[in-house]
Design a protein around this ligand. Structure first.
Ligand code: UD1
Ligand code: MG
Length: 455
């Protein structure tokens, strides 16, 4: 069978007033990615080769965002919100290009399962003209009900237009639909607005197709697949479900999560087998962790690449551009930004490494700071292989510590240090025998005199 072409039409013109936000609803994020981008990903996973985004509210912001998460998406503006069929027709020019399959999806339904879309497309391939994805919510209130006669789907009735009997139906419209491209415009153009809301309902194409003797089919998806987001409580609910799925996927792929419910992933987190993640770890976008790493509790990691067998945390912060090579260690209360920590190097305690390279096997003492910023520009610190940086040192960039260089504790290093050199950047110690006791006695008698004078 030849591959069928598919256009996904994603409806996202709604304002989403219940989010109470300056940001268009569908740009609110789940796992660090706008919810509409999750919908796009699902469409692509189901084989959509064209994307049409119907926008209205916040059109400019939506256009900009779309170019980021799905370059090449065609955006169509629906000027007035006259209903879901009217919204799909905003993408008329896209539909008219002659795709085999049209997948209609909602931008605010981010947990849609690509498999459910693929099943619907399969029905089109078998000859159906309209496939409705149904589901059984705990309470059907507010959803369109699927009206079946003799096991066949004959109509979808919106809640407001339902009879009392119809309201008892538990099988509801999830919102997603697959429509044969060759019939789509014809069916949509026939939809009227004679209903309780006076809107052009996409759901009416079921009855229209049936009346023309075209095949209409209902499939069933999970409740989560159809979860629509209208407010921030539902956003958090969707995030929770997404995280739960991802944690399970990670564990089944060989990652140990000691307390899975406390670990948060991003949409693009990559994590290798035999990595152990302790409780309360947060992965922001852009993280790649290889196998056999240990991520100790309370670490915060984003935009970082971690090679195999690295040891991170507890309480470590890896910021964008942190690049840890094999067996590197970044310990407690250390922050690494835009820096490479080469093989086996150790940054163990209370340290900031920014805009730097730490050579293989180097040892960075507690409290070391790379002073990378003068308030205007960032500068680079290069620490050579096997170097030893004594505790509580400040390396004022730009500066180079040569291979095997040795920095005395408490140094402020402002000039580069050659290979294997020892550098002190602090005042020489003076020790005065007996002076400590003398000083203490002086202070004690001064304090006694003051107390006496005060009466
Ligand atoms: C819709 C379905 C209903 C289904 C429910 C599932 C219709 C007529 N009803 O109802 O059967 O059970 O979803 O959640 O399709 N939109 C536009 N432009 C418009 C109207 C809507 O872009 O003119 C977008 C909205 O932004 C939203 C989506 O389409 O993303 C669905 O619209 P909404 O108003 O939420 O439809 P429901 O009443 O929930
Ligand atoms: Mg809705």
């Amino acid at each position: 069978m030849t591959k069928r072409s598919c256009l996904s039409v994603i409806l996202a013109a709604g304002e989403g007033t219940r989010m109470k936000s300056a940001l268009p609803k569908v740009l609110h994020q789940i796992a660090g990615l706008p919810m509409v981008a999750h919908v796009v990903k699902a469409a692509q996973a189901a084989g959509a080769d064209g994307l049409a985004l119907v926008i209205g509210h916040g059109a400019e912001e939506m256009r900009k965002a779309a170019q980021k998460f799905a370059p090449g998406t065609e955006c169509y503006v629906q000027e007035k919100r006259l209903g879901t069929a009217h919204a799909v027709l905003a993408a008329r020019d896209g539909i008219a290009k002659g795709y085999d399959d049209i997948l209609v999806m909602f931008g605010d339904t981010p947990l849609i399962d690509p498999a459910a879309l693929a099943v619907a497309r399969g029905k089109l391939a078998e000859g159906a003209a309209v496939v409705v994805i149904g589901f059984r919510p705990p309470s059907p209130t507010g959803y369109g009900r699927l009206i079946e006669k003799n096991g066949r789907l004959v109509a979808i009735r919106e809640e407001k237009d339902c009879s009392e009997d119809e309201k008892k139906i538990g099988f509801c419209n999830a919102g997603m639909m697959a429509v044969a491209g060759k019939h789509a415009l014809d069916l949509l153009d026939t939809v009227g607005n004679q209903n309780a809301k006076g809107e052009f309902y996409l759901t009416d194409i079921v009855e229209i197709a049936g009346a023309r003797g075209l095949e209409v089919v209902a499939t069933e998806a999970s409740f989560e697949s159809a979860l629509g987001i209208n407010n921030r409580a539902e956003l958090a609910e969707a995030e929770g479900i997404w995280q739960q799925r991802r944690r399970r996927e990670a564990m089944l792929s060989g990652v140990t999560l000691i307390a899975p419910e406390t670990v948060y992933f991003s949409h693009d987190t990559e994590i290798g087998a035999d990595t152990v993640v302790e409780p309360n770890v947060w992965f922001g976008p852009g993280v790649r962790i290889a196998s056999g790493a240990k991520i100790h509790a309370f670490s915060h990691i984003e935009g970082a690449t971690v090679a195999s067998n690295c040891d991170i945390g507890p309480f470590a912060r890896l910021r964008p551009g942190a690049d840890l090579k094999v067996k590197a260690k970044v310990g407690n209360f250390c922050e690494v930004k835009q820096a490479t920590i080469e093989e086996g190097a150790k940054v163990n305690h209370l340290t900031y490494i920014g805009d730097a390279r730490v050579g293989a096997g180097a040892n960075i003492g507690a409290g070391t700071i790379t002073c990378n910023y003068d308030g205007y520009s960032k500068f680079f610190t290069d620490i050579g292989e096997g170097a030893f940086i004594g505790s509580n040192s400040s390396l004022v960039a730009p500066v180079t510590i040569g291979k095997g260089g040795y920095i005395a504790s408490g140094s402020v290093i402002t000039e580069s240090v050659p290979e294997d050199a020892l550098a002190f950047g602090r005042a020489r110690q003076r020790t005065l025998p007996g002076k400590g006791k003398e000083l203490r006695e002086r202070f004690a008698s001064a304090a006694a005199a003051k107390k006496k004078a005060a009466g």
